[in-house]
Design a protein around this ligand. Structure first.
Ligand code: URA
Length: 248
């Protein structure tokens, strides 16, 4: 078996992170540092160490979804002690980690696992798994802006791939007492956005590139998996069928 695959199967980190760590000299086989992620190992005989610890094969695989509230960072540990998504996962093994990320203020569907291979496959750009978001945006986009977003726009991180965008609802955004506009349009529009990439702050930056601000963003679906009515801040395990459907 390949070194990186074995370490990933032990549920230590995502395959991408493991590859990087191996190249940086953080893995050894029988006491010798190995810098090649694909290095062949004998799982029966070899002693593998990763980031200073012996790697034991994993037995139980865990897959769960969290309905992330705004205000939690997607990381396993924050140096500055801010709330992280891990704070919402009580009574679970420490070996689980988030698959991909939602930014601090983004809500909704976030997956966790200790299955490195599963996380790697799901995140790999070549698989182009659709992710569906609901975006509450200041103002309604004009036809031209909408067309540009649908075709792809330039944001930090490069040009976005074609996106599926649908206007779902339009509401007045007026202060309930003064009746003054709470944004320059006096309107908040609700859009459904489907993308398959994961550029940093992609949905927010796409609307920003058209001059519109996203007030609230929620991910409701990854591939075939829906957030459904899972309450905010709660998690649940995926069913075997849900896991199988996500495997590509
Ligand atoms: N797009 C964003 O802008 N933020 C996220 O968290 C996910 C997608």
């Amino acid at each position: 078996m390949r070194l990186e695959k074995y370490i990933a199967s032990a549920g230590i980190a995502s395959r991408r992170a493991i590859k990087r760590a191996i190249r940086e000299g953080n893995a050894s086989v029988n006491g010798t540092t190995i810098l090649i992620p694909g290095y062949p190992i004998d799982v029966e005989k070899d002693c593998i160490r990763f980031e200073g610890r012996q790697v034991e094969p994993l037995t139980e695989r865990i897959y769960l979804m969290l309905n992330k509230p705004a205000g939690y960072i997607t990381t396993r540990h924050d140096e500055r002690g801010r709330p992280t998504v891990m704070d919402l996962l009580t009574d679970l093994p420490k070996s689980i980690y988030p698959v991909g990320r939602l930014d601090l203020e983004t809500e909704g569907l976030l997956l966790f696992t200790n299955d490195g291979e599963f996380a790697y496959q799901l995140m790999h750009p070549s698989h182009e798994i659709d992710k569906t978001y609901i975006a509450w945006v200041n103002g309604v986009l004009n036809k031209r802006s909408l067309e540009r977003l649908r075709n792809g726009v330039e944001i930090t991180g490069g040009k976005t791939a074609p996106a599926n965008i649908k206007l779902l609802d339009v509401k007045n955004a007026l202060n309930m007492f003064t009746k003054k506009k709470t944004n320059k349009y006096g309107i908040v529009a609700k859009y459904r956005v489907i993308i398959h990439e994961g550029k940093k702050r992609q949905v927010r930056l796409m609307f920003k590139a058209m001059g519109h601000r996203v007030n609230r963003l929620k991910r409701i679906r990854i591939g075939t998996l829906r957030l459904g009515n899972l309450p905010q801040g709660q998690y649940r395990f995926l069913t075997p069928a849900e896991v199988a459907n996500l495997k590509v």
